[in-house]
Design a protein around this ligand. Structure first.
Ligand code: SAM
Length: 550
């Protein structure tokens, strides 16, 4: 058969699975190179290798969207590397190892997938009913309450948390209490007990950060691609899916929260009395962006709104923010008189402040404003509108977040949600965390620390998404050329100790691209509350010298 015909057959076969030729072609070309033109490898098992390569390439959007229909589709069988893997697979394919014994399953599965669209499937029903990602009960969202409330340790949500979490959970009185061992109760993830922590040898280049047990893995049989349809369990406007391979990454354990929640001592005082009439636009109606003369809420951004009527960040504003964070001039840095970070390290003799970036703020309209909730100056407060997905990254970064749709430059993606802690609380959390957690989830809210002299402890705040957070907790770091930028947003409180940290795209981001932001980590600062890690961002601008040296 001529190569062209073989090519066409491959496209047709993938087309029957609902994968467009646009997605297939580049992968097929690469695969042909890797297989040194040996079509028999590619054609084997009804194009098993090709389908797998498409999954690995992240170009499986069509299939996954299909799976999304009702969340009850059969898991896609992945063929795992095993003792019986075909030794004739070219050595260059070592990263993607397949058990060709299962070659018939794929075609069957895909056709079953269409037939069984509404048929309950055991594996996926397990995922949705017993996944360890717990939706947080709506505990005191900042913005809905007028005082900071700590998570209630007697809440049902907390019980669920305790059932799954092996971290130490800080108690309200500042002491630490060892969390229960995972229990097999009504809420326990029985179905997941075998999915924890594969060994490094699991296929598809995934790396585990769990405790490996090859016996568990063997008992599970072939690796399956699974999907949790919505880790927010309806809290967000759009579902946030999570895709993973059974036998791969340990599933994340945290409570999904849509809004920040004050942990204990953080001073987050929201009240109408504190918002002056001059700082709101009670005279506005409908959409402030349509006014000829911008209202008071645009004052913060130089008398012009930061958003376009299309809901994107204005080019000028975005570019200024990008340049300030990438190449900060001296005037964009400020040095605290007594830095809260240094004070935690040595209260009696704090070291000089290492500096903080003075960022530009966006101010959104809020409840004292006369405009409607659909006003164009209310983007971040309306929440996530883009289709996002949590997935397992390559290169040892763990989980990551990607977009399932193309995002124009200046799009709002999501805000960073977590518990609001004082820096002392974070410092104590870090110090008392006896485990060597691989991933950490704090960000400092330090964009305005310079404006008020010496900050009290309860005013020097950060967000910690370790226990409570939204999908932003999965966004990985990339040095300098990340595709997202974080921008502080003032919504319900005029002081700048507490604000929302919102992510916007710095450029057009393609569907299926991983979303990244520059954590602005000093990789040499061992004592910083946001712990440095060995960076594998892959950027040519990577600042981690250890990595470069290695
Ligand atoms: C906010 S979490 C991001 C989500 C995390 N990957 C996960 O699996 O939950 C930050 C952690 O991810 C890992 N990480 C993020 N960016 C990384 C990078 N460029 N290189 C290596 N590890 C990274 C580090 O362990 C870091 O502490």
């Amino acid at each position: 058969m001529a190569t062209g015909e073989k090519f066409a057959n491959a496209l047709r076969a993938m087309g029957q699975l609902g994968i467009s030729s646009k997605v297939v072609e580049p992968v097929l070309e690469r695969l042909l190179q890797v297989c040194e033109g040996k079509w028999e490898h590619i054609e084997a098992g009804n194009y098993q290798l090709l389908a797998e390569a498409i999954f690995e390439d992240g170009g499986e959007g069509d299939i996954k969207n299909d799976l999304d229909d009702d969340g009850t589709e059969p898991p896609l069988k992945k063929l795992h590397l095993g003792h019986d893997r075909d030794s004739s697979v070219p050595s260059k394919m070592e990263g993607q190892k397949y058990n060709l014994d299962h070659q018939d399953n794929k075609s069957n599965l895909y056709s079953q997938r269409k037939q069984k669209r509404h048929q309950k499937n055991l594996d996926l029903s397990n995922v949705s009913s017993a996944d360890p990602i717990q939706s947080s009960e709506r505990i005191s969202d900042v913005g809905r309450t007028t005082q900071a409330i700590k998570p209630s340790t007697s809440s049902h949500a907390m019980e669920n948390y305790m059932a799954f979490n092996t971290h130490e959970m800080p108690k309200s009185n500042g002491e630490k209490k060892a969390a229960n061992k995972p229990s097999v109760g009504a809420q326990a993830p029985v179905a997941f007990s075998g999915l924890q922590g594969p060994s490094e040898s699991s296929n598809a280049g995934f790396r585990s950060h769990g405790t490996g047990d090859s016996r568990q893995q063997a008992a599970l049989g072939p690796t399956q691609l699974r999907r949790v349809k919505d880790i927010s369990k309806g809290l967000e406007n759009v579902p946030i899916s999570l895709i993973y391979e059974s036998n791969s990454e340990t599933l994340p354990r945290f409570f999904y929260a849509r809004n920040n929640v004050a942990y204990q001592s953080a001073y987050v005082h929201v009240s109408y009395a504190r918002i002056s009439d001059e700082d709101s636009c009670s005279g506005c109606v409908k959409n402030c962006l349509l006014r000829q003369v911008p209202c008071a809420c645009a004052r913060e951004t130089g008398g012009e709104f930061a958003y376009t009527p299309q809901g994107l960040l204005k080019e000028d504003f975005l570019e200024t923010c990008i340049s300030m964070s990438q190449n900060p001039a001296e005037k964009h840095l400020f040095y605290c008189e007594v830095c809260p970070l240094e004070r935690n390290k040595n209260e009696s003799k704090p070291e000089p402040c290492k500096g903080h970036l003075l960022r530009k703020f966006i101010k959104e309209c809020w409840t004292k404003c006369g405009c409607s909730l659909r006003c164009g100056n209310r983007i971040v407060q309306r929440g996530i509108t883009r289709r996002l997905e949590v997935f397992v990254t390559r290169g040892g970064k763990g989980w990551g977040l990607r977009t399932l749709e193309e995002l124009p430059k200046g799009s709002f993606v999501c805000e960073y949600v977590g518990e609001i802690l004082t820096n002392t609380e974070l410092y104590e959390r870090n110090a008392s965390s006896k485990s060597n957690e691989r991933h950490t989830y704090p960000v400092l809210l330090d964009s305005d620390w310079g404006s008020e002299g010496i900050l009290k402890d309860e005013e020097a705040l950060c967000l910690d998404a370790t226990f409570y957070g939204n999908c932003a907790r999965f966004i990985n770091h990339r040095c300098q050329d990340a595709n997202l930028i974080e921008i502080p947003v003032q919504i319900e409180t005029p002081d700048r100790h507490y604000y929302h940290l919102a992510f916007f795209t710095k450029r057009v981001v393609n569907a299926m691209e991983e979303l990244t932001w520059d954590y602005a980590i000093d990789f040499d600062d061992e004592d910083h509350p946001v712990k440095a890690f060995e960076c594998t961002c892959g950027s040519e601008f990577c600042r981690d010298k250890r990595r470069k040296a290695g």
